[in-house]
Design a binder for this molecule. Structure first.
Ligand SMILES: [Zn+2]
Ligand SMILES: [Zn+2]
Length: 552
């Protein structure tokens, strides 16, 4: 049954991801027959979440005219190739640095998908199971790039469907943006603001996040909404101590780091420590082909750098070429790192230890008492990194249980995300007392905590959306659309809408559960259940339900 709508339209949204979790960021905006998406991220961290990557029907790939992309991280961009594969032919608007990064990151993601499908297939062949296909291939990821269209920071763009958009620096990773979106609603212009992932105030390489002063609705990230980071200076001091300890013990420091931004940030920091003479020149392995490509992209996009980094360039130095640095491209080079007995530093990805070469280094070092494992980025729920940080005694790697005896450190000050103070500070620049805030991109408990603080500090209407929640945008009421649904089959009109129906379903569910609870409590007192006053209506309800079922 296909239903077509007519009548007048209000802006509607659906939260497709990045709500009550940090991955899968995506918001569907809909007005009449126009559909746009802000971010199109992949879900990561456990089977249950990752299954969402396969059901992309709610993204309406064929009907979307635009995807506005805040930044290149896979939890924001990772499903774009899948949407293109399913028929998306609109435009993906992002900054030039984001496009450059997506070029390597999406293909790398496709490569990982192919490897995982291959691994699954080998397993299912042995057990006689079904063949697994990758979510998308590296080649499909490459093909999706033709739909990308770069935009400059601060440039006002007028797009199809009468919307205007502007990208401002979010200070999170190279090319990351806050997206401002102007739409018309009932003859009035309204402004939506998507914070994307927001950086902290003293992050190296990238500039500080831009302030936004006007807006009607805000999507605010909350990754570290319940935490305060140590200062950059303190954090660098801690890293210095760890490296000095490792040098004393002739040991290694292993740093799982996201290939983009975290790795360059750590290279930059270690470079400064070596240049200042705080540590001697030791081997610093960058063991991640993706990080190597990303570093090249950083070198090409120096216009995105902050003043400190520009000054280093002006002095004729390269912030990403430090004494002792060894970039390892091939698997053979990667394996050779284990034969180097000198004290040194290994930086490898993925940052949450679920995939990539870092797993080999963990296998080699977790059980050694003198090794140091330093976590510098966010560790999502359900990941290997999170288990180690949470104090697991052992972890399973490549089918082997590895005991954890190494020193485990977490240095929050290297985070590419603003902490609680940073988020509230950024929000304080938005002056509209009528502003509505959707707190997203955070674990449930953390988003709620930040939401509560926003209510207390700023007295703003604050919501922690649910996954797949749909609503009208500028109305606090639950939406009851004035549109009439037209049943195409037989051209017979029906006077209901999907929203009314979903509300009815919710009520039915609620009432059914309440009734069952009451009946269960009554069960021991048989005489009351058999009360004719109760039996009659129950029989009637059952009959109605059966009737309804037979009609559908
Ligand atoms: Zn990010
Ligand atoms: Zn993110």
């Amino acid at each position: 049954m296909r239903i077509a709508y007519n009548g007048f339209y209000q802006m509607r949204i659906e939260f497709l991801g990045g709500v009550r979790t940090v991955t899968g960021s995506a918001t569907l905006l809909e007005k009449g027959s126009s559909k746009w998406l802000v971010d199109c991220g992949m879900f990561q961290g456990g089977k249950e979440l990752e299954e969402r990557n396969w059901d992309i029907q709610p993204y309406h790939a064929k009907e979307l005219s635009l995807i506005l992309l805040t930044h290149a991280h896979i939890d924001h961009s990772g499903l774009i190739p899948k949407l293109v594969k399913e028929g998306f032919r609109g435009k993906v608007i992002c900054t030039k640095a984001t496009l450059d990064l997506c070029e390597v990151m999406l293909q790398d993601s496709g490569h990982i998908q192919e490897m995982e499908a291959g691994w699954q297939n080998r397993k299912s062949k042995r057990s006689g199971g079904k063949e697994a296909a990758p979510l998308y291939t590296s080649e499909e990821a490459k093909r999706s790039l033709q739909y990308f269209q770069p935009v400059r920071y601060d440039e006002m763009l007028s797009l199809t469907d009468g919307i205007k958009v502007r990208f401002q620096d979010a200070g999170h990773i190279l090319g990351s943006a806050i997206i401002e979106l102007w739409v018309e609603e009932e003859g009035q212009e309204k402004k939506l603001v998507f914070s994307g992932d927001l950086g902290g105030p003293d992050q190296p390489i990238v500039r500080d996040p831009s302030w936004v002063e006007e807006g009607d609705v805000l999507w605010l990230e909350s990754t570290y909404g319940n935490r305060l980071h140590k200062s950059r200076e303190e954090t660098v001091g801690e890293l210095l101590e760890i490296i000095q300890d490792a040098i004393c013990d002739q040991a290694k420091v292993v740093i799982p780091a996201f290939a983009v931004e975290r790795t360059q940030d750590i290279i930059y920091t270690i470079g400064q420590l070596i240049r200042k003479g705080s540590i001697p020149t030791i081997p610093v392995y960058i063991d991640s082909p993706l990080a190597i490509s990303a570093t090249e992209i950083f070198k090409r996009n120096s216009d995105c750098f902050d003043q400190d980094t520009k000054n280093i360039l002006l002095r004729g130095e390269n912030p990403f070429e430090i004494p002792g640095i060894i970039y390892t491209q091939t698997t053979e080079e990667s394996k050779a790192i284990n034969e180097d007995s000198r004290p040194g530093i290994i930086i490898s990805s993925s940052g949450m230890c679920d995939t990539g070469r870092i797993k080999h280094h963990l296998k080699h070092h977790l059980w050694r008492e003198t090794s140091h494992i330093v976590f510098v980025g966010y560790q999502g729920e359900g990941t290997i990194g999170r288990r180690i940080v949470d104090g697991a005694k052992s972890v399973r790697l490549f089918g082997e249980e590895i005991v954890i005896k190494a020193h485990i450190h977490t240095l929050g000050g290297f985070s590419a995300h603003a902490d609680q103070k940073g988020l509230l500070g950024w929000l304080s620049h938005l002056k509209n007392p009528e502003l509505e805030v959707f707190v997203n991109h955070g674990e449930e408990k953390i988003s709620m905590e930040l939401g509560q603080l926003i209510r207390e500090h700023f007295h703003l209407k604050t919501t922690i959306p649910q996954w797949r929640e749909k609503r009208g945008l500028f109305s606090s009421k639950e939406i009851v659309m004035p549109e009439r649904a037209v049943l195409e089959e037989g051209r017979k009109e029906i006077s209901t809408s999907s929203e009314t129906l979903s509300r009815l379903f919710m009520n039915l569910d609620k009432n059914y559960k309440r009734l069952r609870r009451k009946l269960r409590n009554l069960r021991p007192r048989r005489e009351e259940v058999e009360d004719p006053r109760l039996l009659g209506p129950l029989e009637e309800i059952n009959k109605k339900l059966e009737e309804l079922e037979s009609k559908l």
